[in-house]
Design a protein around this ligand. Sequence first.
Ligand SMILES: O=C(O)CCC(=O)C(=O)O
Ligand SMILES: [Fe+2]
Length: 366
Amino acid sequence: MPDLVAPVAPHYVPAPRTQENLDYAELPIIDLAKATTPEERLALSVQVRDAMSNQGFFYVINHGYTPEQTKRVFDIADVPFTQVREAEKRSFVAKMEEEGSFQGYKLRQYWVISFDGGVRDQIEHYNVNKDITKREHPEALRAFFPEISAFARHNHENILHALLRLLALGLELPEDTLVKHHGFDAVGESYVRFMKYYPRSQEDEAKTHRVWLKGHTDFGIMTILYSQPVAALQILTKEGDWKWVKHIENALVINAGDALEFVSGGYYHATIHRVVQPPPDQQGYTRLGVFYFCMADEDMSLAPLLQSPVLQRVGVTKTFESGKIPTMSEWRSARTIAFGRSATKATENGVKEQEIINGVAAKFFD
Ligand SMILES: O=C(O)CCC(=O)C(=O)O
Ligand SMILES: [Fe+2]
């Protein structure tokens, strides 16, 4: 008999929405319910293309999970933090520096937030590869494997693939151009991330100018973030201003990562974003996040898709020297190893750089 009763996860109660009037980013909303026919997809692809080439961020609604299903995922997301003892957590720490992989825990205080002030992060995260069997997990998560696996597949096949079709159309390429490099069953490092931010001391807030996670770009093709009520995420606009990302109930916040910027020759923009202390009415709460970090298959070359008529018209603005183009695997592991661990070099407009591979740098901001 199959087990029809869902295992119990304690209910995670997030902070109430903020009443503060924050300076929010204006981001388009893409309705995935309108991506059924080729005509609808063509129309949506124009919106997605504009969003990815301008803001680098947009919302998605009607992604296929009901508000109840999404709440359940947040309850499961808290399990690796509240139901696993510290000693067991330590035995499941990810091999970030050794293998350039986030699979497992990143415990608090691993990253440096202020090199001068000697302040480290207060963020814990637990990452599960789309293939949950790839490694062992803490005992408390075992009962939730079927739901976590189904969640990974849903993100990959119903959301990532749908958006990759629109992004390929936006480059005037066949719909499957990017999808074929993102197989759910291919060797790849796409993963579900559960992430918990803990309130910090006044001293740490002062020394870091209230920055919880420094401005950065994501490493992969794109990131799917499940909107949650604690305001703290900000994006750096092309004009150089930080704008807050507003919470929309059961929406997704999507952003382009480095790999998408490379394969689109710079046309789709990997926007710098950061996490700061929430507004006063949300201080003192933890902040629980749920993500799906989308990577291309490990062997995909991050060369620009020069066959795109769009790129032929607008030109390539970002790429590696020829002969030195890394694969997804090489870029991802080099960035994972360097992230938050070595100092960055100042360039213009407050943006800092850290050389990653073959002379190409990652962008950062305090
Ligand atoms: O917590 C958030 O809202 C964003 C986190 C983030 O940018 C990341 O984990 O790469
Ligand atoms: Fe990020």
